[in-house]
Write a protein that binds this ligand. Structure first.
Ligand code: GLU
Length: 308
């Protein structure tokens, strides 16, 4: 709207302004990252892919880029699987922990140091326990996770992505064996691992992920998937453990609970206001989307989103 001051434009137009600025900063930062080769089927994803979506608790939405294209949400699924489990068992925290670690998300040594209890639900040992318990409660952890994400655009588990990770995996199998050895899994490894890989292989658009996560931002209870106390705890653990070893950096630069995945997705939550999700495949040295973090940093700065 030429000639109109930003503060006078409708909410949606203002969000679009912020998204345009965030996109240009995110695209620049993405050039410094590298697309992960950990899951062979994802190694060829174009590094220039970019999408960003915002959803607010008052119902406003805005998107930019390939916002309805599905991407592999990978570890972002750990957040939705956790929330699906907490609906069945609000005390599941006791089995998966809630404290941070700087040991990396696939550390067997850290699991052993912590007497075989995972540090939190976002490291792989914790996520495997979440998948195991969700499988017990629902009979299908993948479907229970997908169900939380279904908000319009297609959401499905990509069998080719799951199969390609499973075919080369040793690390998650090792973690699952250690968990099983110490009685931390209620189902057999042969059931838990395929469910875990299929859960990581969930494909969804940034618009879907931002919409689906709104219950984590909504304090009115209108989107209530979980009670307010559980939502507060999930956001706290996201802030301290959702971004691999970069929690301090993300708190300092952005100040929002957030979760990322090696597919290049990042989701951030502003309690009381809304959610923002970016997909930009190249990752930085911490394993977070380089473009995603930069784009959310710019968006949060412009929108005044920070929990601090
Ligand atoms: N499927 C990947 C794994 O289990 C997900 C890693 C991630 O996105 O952090 O290692």
């Amino acid at each position: 709207m030429p000639g109109t001051r930003l503060s006078e434009t409708p909410a949606c137009e203002r969000l679009h302004e912020y998204l345009r600025a965030a996109q240009s900063r995110g695209r620049r930062a993405a050039r410094r990252g590298t697309v992960s080769r950990q899951v062979p089927a994802l190694a060829g994803i174009p590094a220039t892919s970019f999408a960003m979506a915002v959803a607010t608790v008052d119902g406003t939405e805005a998107q930019i880029g390939e916002s309805t294209t599905g991407f592999s949400i990978q570890s972002i699924s750990k957040l939705f699987a956790l929330c699906a489990l907490l609906r069945h068992d609000p005390r599941a925290w006791a089995d998966v922990g809630w404290g941070p670690t700087d040991a990396g998300y696939g550390s067997v040594a850290d699991l052993e140091r912590n007497h075989w209890r995972p540090r939190n639900p976002f490291v792989n040992s914790g996520a495997l326990v979440v998948t195991d318990r969700l499988l017990t409660h629902t009979g299908d952890a993948v479907e229970a996770t997908v169900e939380l994400l279904r908000t319009g655009d297609a959401v499905y588990s990509d069998a080719a992505v799951a199969g390609s990770e499973m075919a080369i995996d040793h690390r998650n199998s090792a973690i699952a064996h250690v968990l099983a050895e110490h009685g931390r899994l209620t189902n057999g490894i042969d059931r838990v691992l395929p469910q875990y890989f299929a859960q990581c292989a969930i494909t969804a658009s940034v618009r879907t992920v931002a919409r689906a996560a709104l219950f984590l931002a909504d304090r009115s209870g209108d989107h209530s998937v979980l009670d307010a106390e559980t939502v507060r705890r999930v956001n706290a653990v996201l802030l301290t453990s959702g971004m691999y070893g970069a929690a301090g950096d993300i708190a300092y630069r952005i100040g929002l609970p957030a979760k990322s995945g090696i597919g290049g997705g990042v989701l951030a939550v502003m309690p009381g206001r809304g959610t923002v999700c970016v997909w930009s495949p190249p990752l930085d040295g911490d394993g977070n989307s380089a473009g995603g973090v930069a784009a959310i940093e710019e968006f949060a700065r412009l929108a005044g989103w920070s929990v601090f």
